[in-house]
Structure formats: C-alpha cells, structure tokens
Design a protein around this ligand. Structure first.
Ligand SMILES: Cc1ncc(C[n+]2csc(CCOP(=O)(O)OP(=O)(O)O)c2C)c(N)n1
Ligand SMILES: CC(=O)[C@@H](O)[C@H](O)COP(=O)(O)O
Ligand SMILES: [Mg+2]
Length: 630
C-alpha cells in the first residue's frame, strides 16, 4: 500500500516523518498524472502545489482551521488528502467530484470557488465571523500570483491589513497565470524572488530580537524600529508590509522542511501575515514542466506528450474561427485593438497578439478594469474589442453600463464560452449574458448561428459606431467552415433571417439553437407539422419587420435560446408579442432558472431539451396546449 492510500484525512499526515511526507508527495504526483490522463482537468496548477498542500494540511488543524483556496483549479492535491482519493476517477464527470471547490462536496472545502481572486475576501469574512462569535481557529487564503493581479485581491488585502485580524495569506507564485503572468505586480513579485539578501538579513534580525535575554528585552522596540527602516530599504515585500501584513518569503514551495517550519511559526502568530511561496507549475509532469501547456488537459491524453489520444474530426472551434477572423480584421483596420483578461489562448486572441502586439492588451485577471480601459481607448477613436468568456465578463458588469453604455462608447464585447460549458460546471456557465446584456441601454446584443455569421457580426460590430455591441458564441465547434474574413460581409444590422417557411407555428431561435431548430422542424415535418424557423441573430434591436410578418401569419411562437429563461431573449420578445399580437400563443424555451452542474456539453444540451428532439417536444406541447384550451 502506498503512503497516499493510507491517508484518509489530514490527521493521518500529522504522524508521518519528513521522509514519509516526501514519499507521499511523489505518490500524489503519480496519482494525479495517472487519473487526470483519463478525466482531464487542471493538472498543471495542482502538480505545482503538492508540497504546499501537504505542509498546510500538516501544520494547520484542518478542518477546524479554514484553508481557503482561490479558484480551486489547484485543489486536486487537497482533494487527495481530504478523503477523496478513491473518488478521483469521477473528477469533472457528471455527478462526480467538482474540478473546483464546493462546500457541499467536503467539509474541507471551506468556500466554493471557480472564479479568481475571491479567497482573501472570503477568508477575511471567515476571520471576522470567528471573532464576532468568539471562536478560536486559524484562517489561511491561498492565492496564485495571477489572481493576485486582480482588483478584488487588493480590496481584500486592503481591508484585511487594516483590520489587524488573525489571517494568513499564502501567495503561490509560479510566475504564471494561465499564460505567463503579466503586469507590474508580477514584476514586483519577480524582483522579490531575485532578492534573497533581505530575507537572510531579516531572519537574522528576527533571531536577535526574539532571543534577546531579559535585561536587553527593552531594546527590542528599538531594534524593531530599526528592522522597519532596514526592511523598507531592502525588502521588496514592503508593499505587503505597508498594507499591514508581516511578509515571509520567498520560500521554496517544493522544500517541505522550509514550508513546515515557516507555517508552524506563522500559524502561531495572530496578526495579518503573508507567506510568499515560489512553486513550479506543472512540476513533475512527464512531458516536462511547461506551465501554460499543462494548465488544463483534455480527458484521454497521453502524459508522455500531453496530447489527446482520440483524433478529433470536428470542425474548428468557434474560438479558433474567431481568432483567425480577428487577426485578419486587424490587418484590414489599423484602428482595432483587442483586450483580453489573462486568457490569450483560451479566447483565441493569441494570433492577433502576435501580429499586432501594440494593439493587443492583456490586462491580467482584471475583467472590470479591462472593460473600462477599453472604454478609455474608445474615447480616443480606437475600436476596442473586449474578448472575455461570458462567465468572467460578469465581473465587469458595472463597467459595461457605467463606462461604456452610458457614454455610448462603441466598445465591442466578444463573449466566448457563452451557453453551457460542460465539465467546468456551474461556476463557469455562460448562461446569463443574454439577460445581462439585454438590460444595458443602447447595447446591441447578438448571437450567430455558425462561424461565418459570427465573423459577419464581428464585422458589423466594428462598423457600428452608435454605442456598445455584444456578440456571444459557444464552447463548441463551428457547424460550418468559414472562408477568409475579407470575403465575409457585415451581417445587416437588426435583421433576422427566415430559414424555413411554414404555417401556424414559428420557432424564433437564437445562436446555437438555430440549427437545432431546423433539425427539430424536420422531425416535426414527419408528424405533419409545417414549422417556420427564424434565425434571430440580432436579439436587440430585433427585426421588427420580420417579427410583424411572423405574427401576422402564425398562431404560435416558440422562442429557443441557450441561456437562462429569466429575462432572456424569450422573455424580452414575448413581451413584445403580447403587446402587439395578444392572440398569438407563445412559449419560452431555454435554460431553466436553476444551477446547471458539470456534464459533457452535449449531455447538458439534451437533458435540458436544447437539442432537436427537445425542441420538437416543446413545439408539440405548445400546439397541444392550444388544442386542449380550444
Ligand atoms: C475572474 C476569473 N477570470 C479568469 C479566470 C480564468 N483563470 C483560471 S485560473 C487562471 C490563472 C490563475 O493564475 P494563478 O492565480 O497564478 O494560479 P495558477 O494557475 O498559476 O496556479 C485564470 C486566468 C477565472 N477563473 N476567473
Ligand atoms: C480554471 C479556469 O477558470 C480556466 O482554466 C477555465 O477552466 C478554462 O476553460 P476552458 O477550458 O473552456 O478554456
Ligand atoms: Mg500562478
């Protein structure tokens, strides 16, 4: 039996020798590499924090002490040590372990996560809660260097440092976000790593002060003052110190002895403190420790190469089509700029970045800032295209309204991963953007039926000068193979497209649901129902002429969208229909108002009835309800 197999909870760690802990680290890496080769997932971040996780769970009295992991993508080692080793094959599978953190999954998951930079705020809330109730335990937030570039992290640090509470922040610095990290904070942290002089000096001073014999104890205040001034001269960690944290580090995050000793000392203190740990993302991955490539891997990959074993026959992903079209558009128009928030590869914007580095801005994990920055660019006549996943753009919502829309600035929002995202689960669902964009005054809201139309809408977006314009597309392959951007015309503004002319019943479909609705119409034709299908690519403003024609010639309308039904396209357009044609019966089909968990995207679509069979069923139900009522 391996040491890992003998660990049922962190309590089992606390009786192990240092050598046994080191062997455990090897066991954990072997297990993670093996299991993730089948399940896929965020392997790189976890491999980098194996020793850190062992040290934290050994020193801290978990689960009473609260460890708050940021994002949660690095928490696979934490899952291995907290009673979930035998369930790891179910990682990211339907009904299985989450790829992130969930309070319902384990008492050791103290705070749900998935989005970056929440840990410090949550940990401070827990520390304050503890103090309000007069309880005794320790709270430690573990946050990466990429997430530390986020504004939310500073709000938490600012509040925590001022509070003087017993709280620990562990900064896991691997010099990587998903891509290599960016920004001034990154430079600052790197400079700390490269300045060991201060750290040696400071620990010497600390030793002298702490061990001063009784008659000299009075000098300690003086020495501490001197320590402060030396520190401010020498320590790059002074930023954290000035924010009210005692800074410890940098510490080699793969040196178990150093970690255990530091955390033991730090745990015993009771004011805000920050431990800066240096780790290597992807450490021990057989194909080499390439941080970015191994950030996340698909299920069924070969650990020797990191490559997916099954060869995909699908068309190019929307992301790839978008990225290629964007770079081509950048060639045509020198006034375009692209903004992304730490995800140049994920958003497909890397080709644009390579071709036009001066017009590409990776702002780090700072979506709100990215939106306002883009609005600033727009005031100067630059046409900004903010390319961010639907779920992460939620972070920039106030900025969309306050900084772009109210000033009628022509900022383009390209929202990737709109709709159901599959295995990342509930934290990453892009289900809310239609609803949130519809409420923004002056916002053009669109969704294409395929890759070619996405590029047509992108062209329309950059040609639109009257306010912001949004475009959503899914985590999926494009149904078609688009040609060059130069051959693709702008999709005419505020127009719909009637793709199939039927009688009585019309399906008003949005984005990914257009092709599904056409297939549903084929199924219904077999039942003798002749259904109209409309591609409602402009959600707002909608095509009044086409809508009026549909209302004049149909008795039933079903709306279909891959987004929440609450305040989405269906809710919006059925209000118009009720006003204009009260006798037309309408039904709204989309994602119900509940949390949607991890499963393959295809399965999510079918289980929600957002596939041809499900849409056909909804049409039949709408028709039958009329028959019953009649
Ligand atoms: C608000 C938000 N934006 C973007 C992401 C996507 N994302 C997940 S992990 C990650 C990088 C995080 O870097 P870091 O905190 O340094 O952790 P590491 O992966 O290096 O361990 C990003 C950008 C996210 N989860 N949340
Ligand atoms: C942890 C995180 O938030 C990202 O890594 C996210 O999982 C990426 O999603 P995609 O795999 O859809 O790019
Ligand atoms: Mg990092």
């Amino acid at each position: 039996m391996s040491i890992l197999e003998g660990i049922n909870s962190p309590a089992d760690l606390r009786g192990l020798s240092r050598d046994e802990l080191r062997t455990l680290a090897q066991d954990m890496r072997t297990r993670l590499i093996d299991v993730c080769s089948r399940t896929g997932g965020h392997i790189g971040a976890g491999l980098g924090v194996v020793e850190l996780t062992i040290a934290l769970h050994t020193v801290f009295e978990t689960p009473k002490d609260q460890l708050v992991w940021d994002v949660g993508h690095q928490a696979y080692p934490h899952k291995l040590l907290t009673g979930r080793n035998s369930d790891m094959e179910s990682l990211r599978q339907e009904g299985g372990l989450s790829g992130f953190l969930k309070r319902t999954e384990s008492e050791y998951d103290t705070f749900g996560a998935g989005h970056a930079a929440t840990a410090i705020s949550a940990a401070l809330g827990m520390a304050a809660g503890r103090d309000v109730l007069g309880e005794q335990f320790k709270v430690a937030a573990i946050i990466g260097d990429g997430s530390m570039g986020s504004g939310l992290a500073y709000e938490g640090l600012n509040n925590a440092g001022h509070s003087d509470r017993d709280i620990i922040v562990v900064l896991n610095d691997n010099e990587m976000s998903i891509a290599p990290n960016v920004g001034a904070m990154h430079k600052y942290l790197t400079s700390i790593q490269r300045n060991p002089l201060y750290n040696r000096l400071r620990s010497r001073i600390g030793d002298i002060v702490d061990n001063a014999p009784a008659p000299f104890a009075g000098v300690s205040t003086l020495v501490r003052k001197w320590e402060e001034s030396v520190k401010s001269l020498l320590t790059p960690g002074v930023l954290f110190e000035e924010l009210g944290f005692r800074y410890f580090g940098p510490i080699d995050g793969h040196d178990l002895d150093a970690l255990l000793e530091t955390f033991t000392a730090v745990r015993a203190m009771n004011t805000p403190r920050l431990v800066h740990v240096i780790t290597k993302k992807g450490k021990g991955f057989p194909a080499g420790d390439h941080g970015e490539k191994w950030h996340a891997l698909p299920p069924g990959h070969d650990p020797a190469t990191g490559k997916q074993l099954a060869v995909s026959t699908a068309n190019a992903a929307y992301t790839t089509v978008y990225g290629k079209g964007l770079a081509e558009l950048g060639e045509e128009r020198k006034d375009l700029a692209v903004i992304t928030a730490a995800m140049p590869t994920g958003t497909g914007t890397a080709p644009f970045a390579k071709a036009f580095p001066d017009r590409f801005f990776d702002v780090g994990i700072a979506e709100g800032h990215g939106v306002t920055f883009a609005a600033g660019l727009a005031t100067r006549g630059v046409r900004p295209i903010v390319t961010i996943y639907s779920t992460f753009l939620q972070r920039g919502y106030d900025n969309i309204i306050h900084d772009a829309a109210l000033q009628k600035l022509p900022v383009v929002f390209a929202m990737d991963r709109a709709g159901l995202v599959g295995e990342d689960g509930e934290t990453h669902m892009g289900l809310y953007d239609i609803a949130y964009m519809l409420t923004v005054p002056g916002m053009t809201v669109t969704a294409p039926k395929n890759g070619t139309e996405m590029l047509g809408l992108l062209r329309a977006a950059v040609e639109h000068t009257d306010g912001p314009f949004s475009l959503r597309y899914p985590r999926d392959a494009s149904p078609d193979i688009p040609g060059a951007m130069s051959q693709i015309a702008a999709t005419p503004y505020a127009t719909w497209e009637v793709l199939r002319h039927g009688r009585d019943i019309a399906i008003l479909a949005v984005g990914t649901m257009v092709n599904a609705a056409l297939d549903a119409a084929d199924l219904l034709a077999a039942d003798g129902m002749d259904v109209t299908v409309v591609n409602c690519r402009y959600i707002k403003p909608y095509d009044e002429v086409t809508l009026n024609a549909i209302l004049a010639s149909h008795t039933h309308v079903l709306t279909v969208e891959e987004g929440t039904v609450v305040n989405g396209f269906g809710a919006f357009i059925s209000t118009v229909i009720h006003r204009q044609a009260p006798t037309v019966r309408t039904a709204v089909h989309g994602v119900p108002d509940r949390i949607i968990y991890s499963a393959p995207r295809k399965k999510q679509l079918s289980s929600l009835g957002l596939d041809p069979a499900g849409i056909a069923d909804r049409v039949r139900a709408l028709h039958e309800s009329e028959a019953l009522a009649g």
